[in-house]
Design a binder for this molecule. Structure first.
Ligand SMILES: *Cc1c(COP(=O)(O)O)cnc(C)c1O
Ligand code: SF4
Length: 334
């Protein structure tokens, strides 16, 4: 075949936007007219979990507002350095739950596959910020161990692609994995845990939807938005497109001090999600991971907030308040 005259492969728009993400905290402060806050940043020498945020997400932040709830989710602050008793590096027992290379099998019937360690955004409260991803993802081992584990255990009927963010992978990589999973007859459902439709909705492109919509399994997508202002028209359209491709779309949020620990904010989040056809699923109590203590909301206040939601929203718009406990057979109600 003569290929010399073919147009070069089009760089995919989402991949270009990914590469253009803001990674310099000073640039981020500059974009938001907040350079006077530079003294509050995590020292640049701390490179363990660097800033990363797509420019489209930055565009949803308010200029001049150092307390902006979207900004606070991504800005590396010196407050992360304080050591707080009870906040550890492996807060949810992931290392112990490793069932095969890149597979976490904690709960009956569901296995979670660490498809990749990459995320388009780095959330400061993330419970996996210290997880040894590069070595532990299923991709690093060509899916082999992971798929062998899933195939050998007939009690597993749902596979959850997680990470990191599974939609960080190019669609052809997802298709490769999907094909291996598709060969396992006892897997009825495929679930994606992804923040990309929220932080970089361009990821939900035609190529992805063509692949996703043609999968034989029932499909569930659990997105992750914490504040109503994360959901703009483009995010809503991405959620609708996922539904049109046959997915049930749910949201999980993390309850975060100073970001969404407010009944008005949580109610508006549920309303905006539902306007995009998305149901609230979980509201997580923070995993006690080192560096995230300043985001914690105590249980009494968390319960009061959910009670307030119950008083003002239909039941299907009230998320389940849960906490992950290492070794427990499911996420536990608070
Ligand atoms: C959260 C989680 C799941 C999914 O739990 P659901 O309650 O089904 O949403 C599955 N496996 C692991 C390891 C998890 O952490
Ligand atoms: S997108 Fe999810 S996995 Fe990635 S840093 Fe944020 S919370 Fe963690």
């Amino acid at each position: 075949m003569i290929t010399a005259n073919r147009a070069p492969a089009q760089p995919r728009r989402w991949q270009q936007l990914w590469r253009e993400a803001v990674t310099d905290p000073l640039e981020l402060l500059g974009l938001l007219d907040l350079t006077d806050r530079a003294g509050e940043l995590l020292p640049a020498s701390d490179t363990g979990f660097p800033l990363r945020v797509p420019r489209g997400f930055v565009a949803r932040m308010r200029r001049g507002d150092a307390r902006d709830p979207l900004l606070l989710q991504v800005l590396p602050l010196a407050a992360e350095l304080g050591e707080v008793p009870g906040f550890t590096r492996d807060a949810v027992g992931d290392l112990a739950a490793r069932a095969a290379h890149g597979v976490l099998h904690k709960y009956r019937g569901r296995a979670l596959l660490l498809a990749t360690g990459s995320c388009a955004v780095h959330c400061r409260y993330c419970f996996r910020r210290h997880f040894p991803y590069a070595a532990e993802t299923a991709a690093a081992n060509g899916w082999r161990d992971a798929v062998t584990h899933l195939a050998a255990d007939r009690s597993i009927d749902e596979v959850i692609l997680s990470g990191g963010d599974p939609l960080s992978l190019a669609t052809h990589k997802l298709a490769e994995l999907g094909e291996a999973i598709g060969a396992i007859a006892h897997l009825k459902r495929l679930r994606l845990h992804t923040r990309l439709p929220v932080v970089l909705p361009e990821r939900v492109d035609a190529e992805f939807l063509d692949w996703f919509g043609a999968l034989p399994q029932q499909r569930v997508v659990v997105i992750h938005a914490n504040h109503p202002r994360e959901i703009d028209a483009a995010v809503g359209a991405a959620c609708r497109a996922l539904q049109a491709a046959g997915a049930t779309v749910l949201n999980q949020a993390v309850l975060l001090h100073g970001i969404n620990d407010d009944a008005d904010v949580l109610a508006e989040l549920s309303e905006r999600l539902f306007a995009a056809g998305v149901l609230p699923y979980y509201l997580h109590q923070l995993d006690r991971v080192a560096g995230a203590a300043h985001f914690e909301v105590d249980d009494a206040r968390a319960l009061a907030l959910v009670d307030a939601l119950r008083d003002r929203l239909p039941g299907y718009l009230v998320p389940r308040l849960v906490r992950e406990i290492a070794g427990a057979p499911s996420k536990r109600p608070v």
